[in-house]
Design a protein around this ligand. Sequence first.
Ligand SMILES: [Fe+2]
Ligand SMILES: [Fe+2]
Length: 265
Amino acid sequence: MLIAQISDPHVVEPGRKACDVVPTSENLAQLVSCLNKLDPLPDVALITGDITHDGTSAQVAEARRLLDPLKMPYHVIPGNHDDRETLGHGFAGQTCPSQDEQFLHYVIEDYDIRLIGLDSTKPGTPGGEICQERAYWLSSVLNEAPEQPTVLFMHHPPAKFGVLETDLDGFAGADILGQVVERFPCVERILCGHIHLTAHTQWRGTVVSTAPSGSGMRLALDLTLKKPSGFHLANPDFQLHHRTADGGLVTHQVEVRENDKLYLF
Ligand SMILES: [Fe+2]
Ligand SMILES: [Fe+2]
């Protein structure tokens, strides 16, 4: 099984640039075109939040226009830059099959690996949250198939990564989520975004990993936690999570580049 992960495309209205400098539509279109040319083609793509920059319905429509050409099924969950309701409405159907009235969370049962999308947003704040209600929902769906390899995907990483966006913005209820996760060894990975960097850490018996931004906004790494938060303009990247022949879930990063000439050894 091959899972593609696109995170944080931060799409704005056509003709605009995010933060006045990032051509988000152009970058996401290039990324989708690159993904569609892969051999083998991923089975599914997961879009881990901050799909829009400001959460408006015009930005959701633009994101949908750019993502719909993906040749594989794709699924979205919200980030702190999205509006839960607008996103859920704009991507209603198989791309966001949430049945919950309050949160955008759901289970995809179509593959060898069970995919569980979680809503880690806390409206009005940049940080993450898993409340008792969401933890209870997660626990009950994990209980339905506790032996099946499972991947959780959500926007905010619940562990501290040593950067302002996790350590200062915080994650309310990280311990509540951790108590659920450590009861289910079937959770092989928690795929996140939010920090616009590639990173991973062990956490509560599993691995939490973060994907880079599909917009090309690469966070300026500051482990002092003292400098003003900023980003570099980079090429957009995405990740591939590949179930290998010996059962490992291996992550590769793909940078989207024009004129990417191949030199043979
Ligand atoms: Fe983001
Ligand atoms: Fe975010």
